[in-house]
Design a protein around this ligand. Sequence first.
Ligand code: SAM
Ligand code: SF4
Length: 352
Amino acid sequence: MTAIRQRKKGSTVPRPHPDHGTLPAPLVDRFGRVHTDLRVSLTDRCNLRCTYCMPAEGLDWLPRPDVLTDDEVVRLVRLATERFGITQVRLTGGEPLLRRGLPGLVARLAALDAAPELSMTTNGIGLARSAAALREAGLDRVNVSLDTLRADRYAEITRRDRIGDVLEGLRAARDAGLAPVKINAVPVRGVNDDEIVDLTAFALEHGYRMRFIESMPLDAQGAWDRDRMVTAAEILDLLRERYDLNPVERRNNAPAEEWRIGATDARVGVIASVTRPFCGACDRVRLTADGQLRTCLFATDESDLRALLRNGADDQALEAAWRTSLAGKGPGHAIGSAGFRRPERPMSAIGG
Ligand code: SAM
Ligand code: SF4
């Protein structure tokens, strides 16, 4: 067994590489932020059409040859873990469960010498069928998106009548030992903001961890309206009417602020990307399904790693491109300011 395989999955303690003996050199940007979290989009396609994300007709999906192959994804993740000390990898999309052969890809990522902690963000459709295989392959955790408990409302928000599949998927994820199972909800004023307490109670009852996300101007239609965003402060006011909330000390760079409910271990989290941005502590870098490296959800430029990969670049050239891209990372998004520009790609094509 190699030195790196002995490392606890996702551990931040760097170990020398067994072949060349070098330590990973962290990805540090000009603001001193160390990047340890990589979000990998596996597809831009989706089987839902959430109204705050994309239009009813869907989007012009990437042509299949443009999407990174499993070999290409594994190579870039290997590079990120070995050379930069990336310890957390989240698989996302579009809908990552639509990726063919996903358990096989997960198994390859989990078998890397410097295996990262592996999580996934999914809408949960099809999770009931795949949760056990994904856990077996080495997936550690899962976040499932669910904005409402009402079937009719779910169909309105997602434009698909699939709430039963999501609820089954949640149960299967929990039973498979993907822990913790988190539920992501995006409250929108006048749509589902009256369910903030109900969703939390549901999560508590079933052993899931509830997280609310402020809606962001990243929908494909450009219809985001700040007045319809439910702020973290409003979410917390509603929760406090029902629960005694005790702040949990924030884990380094975690985007979610978390509260313990009463004297229990149960938690609820809020991701206040708009009203309380955490850009100053950002430790994330993103890879789109077509192999573009992005230093921020709101970045307006990308680095084309796929072109390098397909032109035969060696690991050193890929590392150099990655580091150059990071060096250009901006201080943070400027939602709400006059200079704010939406990125060209919507959230679903970047990887949320
Ligand atoms: N399809 C998967 C899902 O829905 O979980 C993964 C991709 S989705 C883009 C990732 C997360 O982004 C989901 O929790 C979704 O609710 C959230 N999301 C999508 N559009 C958003 C927006 N405009 N503002 C805030 N969150 C958004
Ligand atoms: Fe699909 Fe996720 Fe966007 Fe909903 S939020 S349309 S499930 S990518």
